[in-house]
Design a protein around this ligand. Structure first.
Ligand SMILES: CC(C)(COP(=O)(O)OP(=O)(O)OC[C@H]1O[C@@H](n2cnc3c(N)ncnc32)[C@H](O)[C@@H]1OP(=O)(O)O)[C@@H](O)C(=O)NCCC(=O)NCCS
Length: 146
């Protein structure tokens, strides 16, 4: 169900991103990312994830699941697969930023073993802080299985 995202998927990725974020990335922006070095792009029905590896560090650039497809395990499966993929490319740690108020994403990240290592004050438009989360790879077996 999860596969590598390709340029043919950009329209679907942009559609999903627009449903998930006020400042969404369009097809051109997503395409530039997909073509850049160290990128892991994975897509599943209703969702996708982009991550980037540089040396032994990886970063989640975005993860998005269509509101109509949420709470079915797609986000968790995409993130777990992205973790495996960046690990295979040599990453030993993975970072991401998440808005303090984004309880859904924070719950998902916590389930996979990401923990809080910092805060960026007023990171988002509107002044909301971002939390910086980190996981050491390979992930410890955490959370409940499906
Ligand atoms: C965050 C997001 C990707 C989760 O996708 P999803 O496919 O719904 O997530 P899953 O179904 O895999 O959820 C896995 C677990 O995460 C937790 N979780 C997910 N959504 C949650 C919510 N709204 N409230 C509380 N916990 C939640 C639950 O523990 C869930 O397991 P459960 O359904 O068995 O209880 C999705 O909500 C999304 O696209 N949000 C908008 C974009 C976004 O905020 N991206 C992250 C930016 S940092």
């Amino acid at each position: 169900m999860i596969r590598e995202a390709a340029l043919e998927d950009l329209a679907e990725m942009a559609r999903i991103h627009a449903l998930c974020f006020a400042k969404a990335w369009d097809e051109a922006a997503l395409g530039d990312m997909l073509k850049s070095p160290g990128i892991v792009g994975l897509i599943a029905p209703g969702g996708f994830v982009l991550a980037r590896v540089a040396a032994d560090e990886a970063e989640v650039l975005t993860i998005a699941v269509d509101p109509a497809a949420r709470r079915r395990g797609t986000g968790r499966a995409l993130l777990a697969e992205a973790v495996s993929a960046v690990q295979a490319k040599g990453a030993r740690t993975m970072f991401l930023e998440v808005a303090c108020a984004n309880s859904a994403a924070r719950a998902l990240y916590g389930l996979l073993g990401f923990h809080n290592v910092g805060r960026r004050k007023s990171y988002y438009e509107g002044g909301e802080d971002a939390l910086i989360l980190k996981a050491d790879l390979p992930l410890a077996a955490v959370g409940h299985g499906r």
